[in-house]
Design a protein around this ligand. Sequence first.
Ligand SMILES: *[C@@H]1O[C@H](CO)[C@@H](O)[C@H](O)[C@H]1NC(C)=O
Ligand SMILES: *[C@@H]1O[C@H](CO)[C@@H](O)[C@H](O)[C@H]1NC(C)=O
Ligand SMILES: *[C@@H]1O[C@H](CO)[C@@H](O)[C@H](O)[C@H]1NC(C)=O
Length: 229
Amino acid sequence: MKMQSNNHFLLIKLLTLHYLLVLSASQDFDFFYLVQQWPGSYCDTNSSCCYPTTGKPKAEFGIHGLWPNWNNGSYPSDCDSSNPFDASEISDLMSQMESEWPTLSCPSNDGLKFWGHEWNKHGTCSESVLDQHEYFSTTLNLKTEINLLGALEDAGIHPNGSEYSLTSIRDAIKVASGYTPYIECNKDSSGNSQLYQIYLCVDSLGSCFIECPFVPGERCGASTKFPSF
Ligand SMILES: *[C@@H]1O[C@H](CO)[C@@H](O)[C@H](O)[C@H]1NC(C)=O
Ligand SMILES: *[C@@H]1O[C@H](CO)[C@@H](O)[C@H](O)[C@H]1NC(C)=O
Ligand SMILES: *[C@@H]1O[C@H](CO)[C@@H](O)[C@H](O)[C@H]1NC(C)=O
């Protein structure tokens, strides 16, 4: 009898601890945005771009980042300055990083600044789930699960400078991925709205795509340019 009540007490303690851990973990962040950018739309703006020292990126969507976000639309950032980006942690991923996550910022550089910025600002906020190596490898793996350019081209949407309806872009990606993306536009140097970044949502373990719990306000206009690169 004594034994049994001790066990109950222990069980209650464990359940309470578990509940508190789940509570505190769920406050870190709720889901991720996987954000990919079209290099043609990065480069044809007034601020222009610089190719990485490793050469012109391929004409494909490139990764911008994997961003922890809250369901209310805001997001945590710069969560742990004691765990800064360490390139040696991802030396085995370097050739994939250069090909799938190319930097376009000026002056021309090898990408370490870009990846360091992404880890320090966003990655540290999900370090309870993904360590540095896992953060980058998970992002690379998620990208290969859905070929955005292929999805658009299958729907007759080509990066040739023509305008396409926002609905057709969104539908094409929904057909290929099963989930509705958020589309972000920017402006070319003449002020035309163009397809800049595509956001897909990922569960808080980084394991699968989900329907977006929060979608920012759309600012694209009904049709949008898809420039070449
Ligand atoms: C959004 O939710 C998070 C986590 O619950 C909270 O820390 C943050 O203050 C909230 N932000 C806003 C603007 O409500
Ligand atoms: C771009 O491709 C679309 C679909 O094939 C075609 O209708 C359109 O005329 C092309 N635009 C240009 C500027 O070549
Ligand atoms: C880009 O720069 C040109 C020349 O200075 C200017 O005429 C144009 O309005 C700018 N475009 C945008 C979108 O700000």
